[in-house]
Ligand binder design. Structure first.
Ligand SMILES: [Zn+2]
Length: 448
């Protein structure tokens, strides 16, 4: 019989850190780093002052004026290769509509910190800073260097941030393991609480579907037109059941989900593991958000986003088009997916690739997952981790040689993640504290 995991011992009280963590996040939110234009230098300067006060070596690197990346390093004995705390300084923009408090107020009220970036991802920036400061102040003996890397430009493709660092300053950001955004959502299941851990993420294939037809005066009705042809293609795409692909990370995810859903759930998951299908994934009797992760983790997808047709109310347009936001499982090729979508949409429209990116394989390291599992169980008895393929992209895309894990556990249920990129974004202080505590604990497990 094994004993339940215990938190790593600390020479200070974690509860005393709350004012620091909240203060860091509130200050970071007040620095408007909406991308575009980014202006991440504001965050880099702020972090630089904090790190200097703690005597932590760091450097600020601008890819373009104002587009700053920061790399800090706490030296370890070098027994193991470095561990990186990875985060991004930019946020998506925020119009004033829908906010009950100004989006860059950083206000602390009702047990929450309010503002753009509270969840994505200045909360984790603040926690990473605090972890670095605590490691330095209490002179933990580290078996490896611990890096804090805060990037620019994640929200617009990472070109001026993570990719730029990797291409221009590789020696500074090489690490074996990185803790990043993209994980930590909590779900309650029949078998207990579970926290997601990103171990891979999807690539992309943006496409345009174009229909053409006869134009003319709109007073004469026509059975055939570009708009009707496009509409028919869209209906075919809605009914399209793409082929399933079982990536090792999804296999592991489904195995964990089967343990957590005894009975009908486990049976349905068992059938899906034997013969993965679109219908089987969409019919799983589990939490709907978890089910979405399963569906996205087994399939390439193509979601219509932008429609375009016509320039006058009384003219039948000769062309109509829609942009599809396609997402690809690790290793899947954009061109091949375009061919499949073309077959699904039918030969009366033309599907062309606008932009594609292959996602690297991610990893499937059972030892990392075991340690992260112990970490969450030490802070919430019975909790487990759930490895998954993030349907969206993060800075992990720029670090092919690092085992990047999305790990910043949030103690309230995953519903709060709906506020990411939305009005009234805020973080609960209790969630921040839980995430910070788990992050520090995990760093200590891997580095002391
Ligand atoms: Zn983010």
């Amino acid at each position: 019989m094994s004993t339940p995991p215990e938190p790593m011992p600390l020479p200070f009280s974690w509860a005393d850190q709350e004012q620091h963590l909240v203060g860091h996040l509130s200050a970071l939110i007040r620095l408007n780093t909406s991308n575009p234009p980014g202006n991440e230098i504001a965050v880099a300067r702020h972090l630089s002052r904090e790190l200097s006060r703690s005597g932590i070596a760091h450097t600020v690197l601008e890819s373009e004026p104002g587009r700053a990346n920061l790399v800090a390093r706490l030296p370890g004995s070098g027994q193991k290769p470095p561990l990186m705390l990875l985060s991004h300084a930019d946020v998506v923009g925020a119009g004033p509509e829908g906010w009950s408090r100004p989006p860059f107020s950083g206000e602390v009220a009702d047990g929450r910190v309010w503002g753009r970036g509270a969840l994505d991802m200045k909360g984790q920036v603040a926690a990473s800073l605090l972890v670095m400061q605590l490691l330095a102040a209490h002179r933990f003996r580290l078996t490896r260097d611990v890096l804090m890397v805060v990037t620019a430009d994640e929200e617009a493709g990472s070109r001026l941030g993570a990719y730029w660092l990797w291409e221009n300053h590789r020696g500074l950001v090489e690490a074996e393991l990185a803790f990043n955004e993209g994980g930590g959502q909590r779900f309650m299941t029949p078998g207990g609480p579970v926290y997601t851990v990103q171990v891979a993420e999807k690539g992309s294939a943006r496409m345009r579907v174009t229909a053409r037809g006869p134009g003319g005066h709109a007073s004469v009705p026509r059975a055939q037109s570009a708009v009707f042809t496009l509409a028919e293609a869209l209906l075919r795409l809605r009914a399209f059941a793409p082929e399933s692909v079982l990536h090792p990370a999804s296999r592991r995810m489904l195995g964990t989900l089967a343990d957590l859903h005894p009975g009908a759930g486990a049976e349905a998951i068992g059938r899906l593991l034997e013969e993965p299908t679109w219908a089987g994934a969409n019919g799983l009797p589990i939490d709907p958000v978890l089910r979405e992760f399963v569906v996205a983790g087994l399939h390439n997808t193509a979601t219509p986003t932008m429609l375009a047709a016509g320039h006058r109310q009384n003219v039948v347009p000769v062309e109509a088009s829609v942009v599809l936001d396609g997402r690809l499982l690790p290793g899947e090729l954009p061109d091949r997916w375009v061919e499949e979508v073309q077959r699904a949409a039918g030969d009366r429209v033309e599907v062309s690739l606008l932009h594609g990116r292959v996602s690297h394989a991610g990893h499937d390291d059972p030892e990392i997952l075991r340690v992260l599992g112990d970490t969450v169980a030490a802070h919430e008895p019975g909790a487990r981790v759930l490895p998954y393929i993030n349907p969206a992209a993060t800075d992990a895309r720029a670090f092919p040689d690092t085992k990047v894990v999305g790990f910043f556990p949030s103690a309230s249920d995953a519903d709060i993640m709906r506020l990411i990129h939305a009005p009234d974004e805020h973080a609960r202080i209790s969630d921040l504290m839980f995430g910070g505590k788990c992050l520090l604990d995990a760093v200590l497990r891997f580095s002391t």
